[in-house]
Design a protein around this ligand. Structure first.
Ligand code: GCB
Length: 577
């Protein structure tokens, strides 16, 4: 049997497998001049004897918590951009016949990983995981792990030289050492068969190309048990009719415990099933039109000025979106940690997930293109079994130009080849009011290839209102679903005053602007959802006003302390059924 889809090589379901956590306290050395490789910081050398001149030590220095950005853990690192080394020891008991996979859920932005002095991985891209099979390098007993981390902004990177959020550095997500039998279930894609509501398709691949290997899928709640055999590439497909399958839907989440076993490997994951599609200008979930009541947030706990990294942090962010009345979230502007995605799915929030292809990208650079493909691949590999994810977004605020159009078209085809069960979108900031036509229009040769058009529009903040809101008409990709993927303005919580003056930074100005936007939205015939910018005030070096911002972007409907601004109540009214 030939598989009809691409298998992806990040281990399936790392969070539910047996593992040793390598979170906790790590030793750290700041390496501002990037000389650590020459000094061999990847070894745990100690000077012994008269002529041994080791000029560093992993003992007695800085200590950092993993997961966690380095910025908030030491005042000297708040603004730091550069290289920093992490290291730790850990103990292992070797079990013959098993494999060990070192898994990093996210390191910001690039890193090299050394185990017992030998390089085992390098990775670029702060917001997606990577792994290395280290079975053959592990020692019985003590092992030494060192990671060279660098968070410099670079012209050819994604994101590139500047972006409107804090450039946190470090090992910002979990690190674990997984123990799996051999062979193990390396990849698995479980979803509804396209066009049906009662047929489950499960594609499974083993870590080795073993033919005739039995793979069993059980779903006890549905009384399903099906065994299939692998082909000579170690792959198997099961197509399962499920009579009483209850589908997952926004705010009506239903997932099942699904167990996949192959040889000695058994994995039980929570998996849900849903269909997402477009019909003209509407987004359909399981055949029913859904208007996206969405909100964006960054992976940040603003109250503590740090990146979000734990299950408890995920609850803070997702619960705040639920309290606002949302049925969807936009993970701005990058894949956020798995705790957020899993908890949102459990709570029934449809997810718009995106890669950080945010303004200022070097579209004519072939290396940058390959980085974009890698990002998309890793995001989809990590999350394609999460039914809550309805939209993959591939870019934010890019300007039409031949090199950009070619780059995004190519990237979109690549994305569609990885997953044909979801919608593809992008957010644009090139919809303008055209006085001669007396309407909003947008010219973009690429955008028409997408399923859903996102429009970021800051009426009343970056752009003045050309006419009163009720009179503004929209004619932007009228045949496709359009989501207002950003709107809003800055307001300092606790500041009240004139509703007409943007420079008042008042909650009242923000509230009036929200009301006007909601009025204008009534004149967008193809509107399929809205997503205010943003849930919480967030940190950004862009935001330099000493009194009003102090490096916070103040467009939150909640302040950095979690206080509700007036705009919060307006959105809550709009979203309440
Ligand atoms: C945008 C960007 C977002 C910014 C926001 C702003 O259009 O997509 O990342 O933070 O505007 O506040 O200016």
């Amino acid at each position: 049997m030939k598989a009809l889809f691409l298998f992806l090589s990040l281990i399936f379901a790392p969070y539910v497998r047996e593992s040793i956590s390598l979170n906790g306290e790590w030793a750290a050395i700041i390496d501002q001049y990037d000389i650590g490789l020459n000094k061999r910081l990847f070894t745990d050398a100690n000077a012994r004897g008269k002529t041994d001149f080791v000029e560093y030590s992993w003992e007695g220095g800085l200590r950092l918590q993993v997961p966690g950005d380095w910025n908030h853990q030491d005042p000297g690192l708040w603004w730091y951009e550069g290289t920093l080394w992490y290291a730790r020891h850990f103990q292992v008991t070797i079990s013959p016949g098993t494999r060990r996979i070192l898994y990093f859920a996210g390191v910001s932005h690039r890193c090299e990983v050394f185990l017992n002095g030998i390089k085992v991985a390098d990775h670029e891209g702060a917001f997606t995981p990577f792994q290395a099979d280290v079975t053959d390098l592990l020692l019985e007993g003590d092992n030494f792990l060192a990671v060279r981390v660098n968070n410099n902004r670079r012209k050819d990177a994604i994101p590139a030289m500047s972006f409107d959020w804090w450039n946190y550095g470090g090992i910002t997500r979990d690190v674990m050492l997984l123990e799996v039998p051999s062979p193990y279930i390396e990849d698995s894609f479980i979803r509804l068969r396209k066009g049906t509501h009662n047929t489950i398709l499960a594609d499974i691949r083993l870590s080795e190309a073993l033919a005739g290997f039995e793979v069993t899928i059980t779903i006890p709640e549905l009384k399903i048990r099906k065994t299939v055999k692998t082909d000579d590439s170690g792959q198997a497909r099961a197509e399962i009719k499920a009579k009483k399958l209850q589908l997952w839907a926004p705010l009506a989440p239903k997932c099942y415990d699904i167990t996949i076993s192959a040889g000695d490997d058994t994995v039980t994951e929570r998996i849900g099933f849903r269909e997402i599609d477009v019909d003209g200008t509407r987004i359909l979930v399981n055949g029913n039109p859904v208007f996206l009541k969405c909100i964006s947030f960054h992976e940040e706990i603003p109250m503590e000025k740090r990146r979000a990294c734990s299950e408890a942090d995920a609850h803070i962010l997702v619960d705040a979106a639920l309290e606002l009345g949302c049925n969807a979230i936009r993970l701005a502007h990058y894949p956020q940690n798995e705790y957020i995605v899993r908890y949102a799915e459990e709570k029934g929030l449809l997810i718009w997930e995106e890669i950080p292809l945010w303004q200022g990208i070097d579209f004519s650079n072939e290396d940058t293109y390959h980085k974009a493909e890698t990002y998309l691949y890793e995001m989809i590999a990590r999350d394609r079994n999460r039914c809550a994810i309805g939209l993959w977004s591939i870019s934010n605020e890019t300007r039409p130009a031949p090199d950009r159009d070619a780059f995004l078209s190519r990237l979109l085809s690549y994305g569609r080849s990885l997953d044909d069960s979801r919608l593809f979108a992008s957010a644009f900031d090139v919809a303008y009011y055209i006085p001669s036509a007396d309407e909003f229009q947008m010219k973009d040769d690429f955008a028409g290839q997408l399923d859903v058009i996102g429009i970021n529009k800051y009426m009343g903040w970056y752009a003045p209102w050309p006419k009163p809101a009720p009179e503004l008409r929209w004619n932007v990709f009228p045949d496709k679903p359009l989501v207002i993927s950003e709107f809003g303005c800055e307001a300092k919580a606790g500041t009240f005053g004139n509703t007409d003056v943007a420079s008042s930074w008042s909650e009242d100005y923000q509230a009036a602007l929200y009301r006007d936007n909601l009025t204008m939205f009534q004149n967008i015939p193809n509107l399929a959802g809205v997503s205010p910018w943003i849930l919480f005030d967030f940190l950004s070096p862009y935001r330099q006003h000493p009194a009003n911002q102090s490096f916070f972007n103040r467009k939150g409907v909640l302040s950095d302390k979690g206080e509700k601004k007036k705009a919060w109540y307006i959105m809550n009214d709009y979203y309440r059924p």
